[in-house]
Design a protein around this ligand. Structure first.
Ligand code: IMP
Ligand code: MG
Length: 185
């Protein structure tokens, strides 16, 4: 499919957020962060793998000294077990006490991942600990999390692109879209 001169992946049913909207929002989030963290010791911690695209765009619009790290989590539970606990499978080795830590996520859905990691990192006594997410799906929240920076609130739909996947595919799409129904079934 051709839309405005560029090719839309054949599995995508609708583009929810275009490349241009993404660029504008990243810039606006970075502007707030630049002002809020001026004079602080900023450490961005991205969640692998989904947040890698957002983090790499965001950090290039931040004009303060900043360090980056990544964590990767695995959430346990499938149809048989209840989801609710999260393990950090890739952790950060540096101590956090001297940093103003900003957690960077692609999307917050149930809130379970974020609330667990937030609690674990808080135990390491950072100077401050805040959350920035590109997308927020409040309709699905099970665990409350305080989010300081939100790109877009989206309805309760499964989205892909801009780092987000379905079965490890579509992370490389430069826009955020929904998948055609036949892809799930
Ligand atoms: P939570 O613990 O339910 O908040 O899940 C957050 C994680 O689930 C995100 O970091 C994503 O990796 C994944 N996720 C949640 N919703 C979506 C979606 O619509 N598309 C792709 N991944 C999603
Ligand atoms: Mg993720």
């Amino acid at each position: 499919m051709l839309l405005g001169g560029f090719i839309v992946n054949k599995d995508i049913s609708e583009i929810l957020i275009s490349e241009e909207q993404i660029t504008d929002m990243v810039y606006s989030l970075a502007k707030q962060i630049n002002s809020d963290y001026n004079g602080r010791n900023l450490l961005l911690i991205g969640f692998l793998k989904g947040a890698c695209v957002f983090l790499s765009d965001l950090m290039r619009k931040i004009d303060l000294p900043c360090a980056i790290e990544f964590v990767q989590t695995a959430s346990y539970g499938d149809g048989a077990k209840s989801k609710g606990s999260v393990d950090i499978v890739k952790d950060i080795s540096r101590p956090l006490q001297e940093y103003d830590v900003l957690l960077v996520e692609d999307i917050i859905d149930s809130g379970i991942t974020l609330s667990n990691v937030y609690a674990l990192l808080q135990l390491r006594d950072p100077k401050s600990l805040k959350i920035c997410t590109f997308l927020n799906k409040p309709a699905r929240r099970e665990k409350e999390v305080e989010i300081s920076y939100i790109g877009f609130e989206i309805p309760n739909e499964f989205v892909v692109g801009y780092g987000m996947d379905y079965n490890e595919k579509y992370r490389n799409l430069p826009y955020i879209g929904t998948l055609k129904r036949e892809i799930y079934s």
